[in-house]
Design a protein around this ligand. Structure first.
Ligand code: ADP
Length: 297
């Protein structure tokens, strides 16, 4: 279990990227959901020991009954950590097999035979075995991300951090990638940062919503959704009536359905004629929290 308390970080330009972040992150998939600029990457990089926080604490159980101070015991944390950064770059002219082997050496897997077994096993696990001898430059985005996961899993980490890994993947690749993460999450803590609601809905038993350096909500997606049961209403409206609805109601979202603007509104009762109740989703939870936060600010 990773326990984060009151983490703050203000960059030299005055941006407060982390503003008192507290989170408990158990084993399994943990979805960290928030819009661009919410502070997700800042939190990921801090937990990955790549940057310093100004204040706060983060502790992680070391697997032997002890506790690691994530912000201080950096070397020990790195040994337990797998990290896939947002801008994971690969050497385009090197094969998947050779680069993973290279990373394995860097990770300290010195025994040649053992290293080969680990590398082969990981390439199979992420489904790149058949293309292991191909150059990474010819890989699709999804294949590259799966390679990124393979390198993150070197050394059997107990904490895996993946920063916005599904951005830019097509739906099929995204599914494949998320399923792979879910498998990994059966044994270790996986923190998945994303701005895509659907990444979290089906796969993450626990999650948090962040905005502007703050945690707006943390818990189980199903519980958060249940709290909106019977309070979300939908209506198709004329485009020029939108500003009026925005003014009068707590508008969660506007989507085009068959070309017609369709709004979701939060209300304890039917707002007016023409509104139909809808089964809420995590998207409604997400927008509710963001709207509330924007109003409070
Ligand atoms: P997210 O990953 O949720 O998009 P980030 O952690 O990248 O959020 O960014 C949070 C805020 O901090 C943003 O306003 C961003 O512009 C700012 N920020 C991020 N990194 C730096 C940096 N190295 N120096 C200055 N500001 C930064």
């Amino acid at each position: 279990m990773l326990a984060i308390q009151n983490l703050t970080k203000t960059y030299a330009n005055g941006v407060r990227a982390l503003d008192g972040v507290s989170l408990d992150i158990p084993r399994g998939m943990f979805g960290l959901l928030g819009p661009n600029g919410a502070g997700k990457s800042s939190l990921m990089r801090t937990l990955a020991t790549l940057q310093e926080a100004d204040s706060g604490t983060a502790t992680f159980d070391d697997g032997n009954g002890g506790t690691l101070d994530v912000l201080r015991d950096k070397d020990a944390v790195r040994r337990q950590l797998g990290y896939l950064p947002q801008d994971f770059g690969v050497y385009p002219k090197v094969s998947a097999l050779d680069l993973l082997e290279h990373f394995a050496v860097l990770k300290g897997l010195t025994d040649r035979k053992q290293r080969r077994e680990t590398v082969d096993g990981l390439l199979r696990q992420v489904n790149l075995w058949d293309v292991r001898k191909r150059k990474l430059g010819g890989f699709s985005g999804g294949m590259r991300q799966r390679f990124g996961i393979a390198q993150a899993l070197l050394g059997n980490p107990r904490l895996v951090i993946v920063d916005e890994p599904t951005a830019g993947l097509d739906p099929e690749e995204r599914n494949r990638f998320l399923n792979l993460l879910a498998e990994i999450g059966e044994n270790v803590a996986v923190i998945l940062s994303t701005h895509i609601v659907e990444d979290v809905t089906d796969l993450c038993p626990n999650m948090a919503i962040m905005n502007k350096g703050k945690v707006l909500l943390t818990g189980r997606p199903a519980d958060a959704i249940a709290a909106l049961e019977g309070r979300v209403w939908r209506k198709q409206v004329a485009k020029d009536a939108l500003p009026e609805y925005e003014k009068n109601y707590l508008l969660l979202s506007t989507r085009l359905v068959g070309g017609v603007p369709t709004i979701n509104v939060l209300s304890d009762e039917r707002p007016e004629d023409g509104f139909e109740p809808v089964v809420p989703g995590l998207g409604d939870v997400y927008f509710q929290r963001l709207r509330q936060h924007a109003k409070a600010a």
